[in-house]
Design a protein around this ligand. Structure first.
Ligand code: ADP
Ligand code: CA
Length: 423
């Protein structure tokens, strides 16, 4: 019997099922490197995990690489894949040293840095807003030359943490100081070089937001699905809903695809899977916000792609990282419906006691997944700070209109209860 392929998955949170279930479907065994907030108990319950490898990537990278090489020499595995944004450069380096498929170190560094992405897009003649890179909080005056409104954001953030829209020049100094403070508290590791931190100010792109999930194999890019995120006007940018496929005119979809593919070439992304966010300026002109070299949303973007396009994104991503050609390169998949994601908003924040209304949601036949991402007692910080989503609901529908109606229903029936409210 041929041996099952084995892949080392780094930092994929094991309480989120999509990538693990995909490995199971694809007949791939996983060696899991736990994220700091994951537990061996949760990993033991996840599908397809045959081994947990302790690895301290945040601490000593050289030591982590040595452990990884030892494990590889004992019994080789066929691939290595990043399960979150932060480990992308480490995974690229490990793949190179072990001779496994992966990104170049340079491409991995590019997609971890919004400053580098902006510069490369501009050099490639692709859409990009005016922007200013700040190396210290006092540099904010440099950004006064931009066209307002602007958006202040960390150069290497996630989940809209520290992202603030500023309409008025008088408010810029304070917003930059706030973002800087959040960078120092949450995004900068103690031993990181100063240039790793940093803040970007860019002109506000006025128009709805979309996302594009792609697969890349031997340099060929396929945009698998385009999802609609809708109007997010700020001042903070908490994501609450996504639907796929995005209902857009064919020529706009084609323009999005062309922009995303060109950006992949500009960034040097040659292997793997990506999550790209864009704004449609004036409702029609795609301008990239950022690309991450991983499955978006801790894996839930897989669900939107799978339902709306038929492409088993997570399984295909695992295959690409094993050096195999994606099945959708040779077989045209069939969509099965309209997919929706609803992220219960954090609201005021506080110590969470629970999400009210989820019982009925779990019983709705249209709902495939309800994930409570944080347990009772966890502290959720409100935007522009961020520490976690209370819950995610993934559902399938027969039309976009039905998905919108269900989103409105969820928004009016679900609410986060915080401990303070009970006293
Ligand atoms: P993060 O890594 O925190 O997700 P993003 O660059 O994706 O950083 O910004 C988070 C959100 O802020 C985006 O999804 C978008 O809604 C908003 N945003 C960021 N930059 C801009 C911009 N230039 N114009 C309009 N909205 C923006
Ligand atoms: Ca983003």
């Amino acid at each position: 019997m041929p041996q099952r392929p084995k892949l080392l998955l780094v930092g994929q949170l094991s309480t989120l099922p999509w990538v693990f279930d995909a490995a199971d479907r694809a007949g791939i065994d996983l060696i899991l490197v736990l994220r700091g907030d994951d537990t061996p108990e949760a990993a033991a319950r996840a599908a397809a995990v045959v081994e947990v490898l302790p690895l301290d990537i945040d601490g000593d990278q050289e030591a982590a690489l040595a452990v990884l090489s030892d494990r590889y020499r004992r019994e080789p595995f066929g691939g290595i894949m990043a399960g979150n944004e932060k480990v992308v450069p480490f995974v690229a380096r490990a793949a190179r040293e072990l001779g496994l498929p992966g990104l170049t170190d340079q491409a991995a560094a590019v997609v971890r840095d919004k400053r580098r992405m902006r510069r490369l897009l501009r050099e490639a003649g692709l859409g990009t807003p005016g922007f200013t890179v700040l190396d210290d909080p006092d540099g904010w005056t440099d950004a006064l030359a931009l066209r307002f409104p602007v958006v202040v954001k960390p150069a290497n953030g996630f989940s809209s943490l520290g992202v603030i829209r500023v309409d008025d020049k008088d408010d810029l100094k304070q917003a930059v100081a706030r973002t800087w403070e959040l960078v120092e508290t949450h995004l900068r590791s103690a031993d990181a070089p100063a240039e790793e931190a940093g803040v970007l100010v860019e002109e506000y792109l006025d128009g709805p937001e979309i996302s594009a999930e792609s697969l890349i194999h031997h340099g060929k890019v396929r945009v698998c699905a385009i999802s609609w995120k809708g109007e997010l006007t700020g001042p903070y940018f908490e994501e609450t809903t996504l639907r796929a496929p995005a209902r857009l005119p064919a020529e706009v979809l084609a323009a999005v695809e062309a922009e995303v593919i060109a950006a992949h070439h500009a960034f040097g992304l040659t292997e793997g899977t990506t999550h790209t966010e864009l704004r449609l300026v004036g409702g029609i002109r795609p301008v990239l916000l950022e690309t991450g070299a991983r499955i978006g949303g801790g894996g839930f973007m897989h669900y939107l792609v799978h339902v709306s396009s038929g492409i088993d994104l997570a399984a295909e991503a695992l295959r690409v990282h094993l050096g195999l050609e994606p099945l959708c390169w040779s077989e045209e998949p069939v969509p099965t419906g309209v997919a929706a994601a609803y992220l219960v908003p954090v609201g005021t924040g506080g110590r969470i006691s629970g999400v009210r209304g989820l019982e009925a949601v779990r019983e709705d036949p249209r709902v495939d997944h309800v994930v409570e991402t944080v347990g009772p007692g966890a502290l959720l910080r409100p935007y522009p700070d961020w520490s976690g989503y209370p819950a995610i609901v993934l559902s399938r529908h027969t039309s976009d209109a039905e998905a919108v109606a269900y989103r409105d229903h969820l928004a009016s029936t679900l609410h986060v209860a915080y401990e303070e409210e009970r006293s």
